[in-house]
Ligand binder design. Structure first.
Ligand code: FAD
Length: 300
């Protein structure tokens, strides 16, 4: 029987796998290889790895994990996870079944983009989801925030850190007048008209066309996306979720179901970053190992 199955091979799952390997624990990591940041060419903000290509990051991480013989990585989607007594049965898309003492969910999130024509052409090249990740590259430019709800206010303020020319496009959502007045103190402009399309050239945003026919030049920006869990396992296993849909965990990644752990973006805490996901993977693996060790000391 496996000590642990890790589902998801982003920074969270891979760092967890590294720690499991360094404890000599029998572990398989399954990864479908559809990470949240797959649309980007560079990742920023991870010390020693700043500017790295996401695929190169993953390659290096897999090389690190590959040094430890008790861990193997399988590029396969997990379809089901079922608890039977104190163990977990994991079935893959290919139909193979594995049994493990612990399951670590590192399945990440997926972004849901607003339904605005042209947005797919710029997402990940000049329009991103987080200024801590990509704000530096767009500093000083004519920036757009695309946000269709109350988060427009927060992101309008935040993005003003990187440029003095920020316009918030709400696509019909009405920003309260008092919030507009606060944004205006730092010259952040709110445009509430419906957006017809984003215009771009080779992935570079050039303008935002409104349904009124007006076209406003913009060079880059941030879009507030919807966020959904990539996998349904936490809910299926009965793990408690946070009010915003994240998996509730303690500081060692333990969910509310014994034997099930979670790390990385799945907790839906902000900001979501590679370095934070990796750190959470590290801690969750430590939680798994400590719990396995404790069990060995229990009286039969
Ligand atoms: C456009 C964009 C740009 C970003 N830029 C940066 C940046 O510059 N710097 C930064 O620090 N962060 C950046 N991020 C955030 C970063 O991508 C996430 O915080 C990070 O990827 C979270 O890591 P994770 O391991 O939790 O999840 P992920 O990296 O999303 O990995 C989850 C993995 O689990 C796999 N998986 C899911 N379900 C299954 C299943 N059923 N079976 C098998 N495998 C499964 C997925 O295929 C995926 O490979 C960016 C995000 C976006 C959207």
């Amino acid at each position: 029987m496996l000590d642990c199955v890790i589902i998801g091979g982003g920074p969270a799952g891979l760092n967890a796998a590294l720690i499991m390997g360094r404890a000599g624990r029998q572990t398989i990591l399954f990864d479908e290889d559809k990470p949240r940041n797959r649309v980007t060419q560079e990742s920023h903000g991870f010390i020693t790895q700043d500017g790295i290509k996401p695929s190169e990051f993953k390659k290096r991480a897999r090389t690190d994990v590959g040094k430890y013989p008790s861990v193997s990585i399988k590029e396969e989607r997990v379809e089901t996870v079922e608890q039977t007594g104190r163990v977990f049965r994991i079935q893959t898309k290919g139909g193979a079944e594995y049994v493990a003492k612990k399951v670590l969910l590192a399945t990440g999130l997926q972004d849901i983009l607003p339904e605005i024509p042209g947005i797919q052409n710029v997402y990940g090249t000049s329009v991103f989801s987080c200024p801590f990740c990509d704000g530096w590259e767009m500093r000083g430019q004519a920036l757009a925030v695309i946000a269709e709800n109350e988060r427009a206010f927060h992101m309008g303020k935040l993005l003003s850190n990187w440029s003095r020319d920020v316009m918030v496009f709400t696509n019909g959502y009405r920003v309260p007048n008092e919030d507009k007045a606060i944004l205006a103190r730092q010259d952040v402009v709110v445009v509430e008209e419906k957006v017809a399309a984003l215009r771009s050239n080779g992935g570079q945003l050039t303008s935002i066309q409104l349904q009124t026919g007006q076209e406003i030049e913009r060079e880059a920006g941030i879009v507030m996306t919807g966020l959904v869990q990539s996998a349904p396992f936490a809910e299926q296993l009965g793990c408690e979720l946070t009010p915003n849909g994240g998996i509730k965990v303690d500081s060692f990644g333990r969910t509310t179901v014994e034997g099930v752990y979670a790390c990385g973006d799945t907790s839906l805490s902000t900001p979501s970053q590679l370095v934070i996901a990796a750190a959470e993977g590290n801690k969750a693996a430590a939680g798994v190992i400590m719990d396995l060790v404790e069990t060995a000391f229990l009286l039969p």
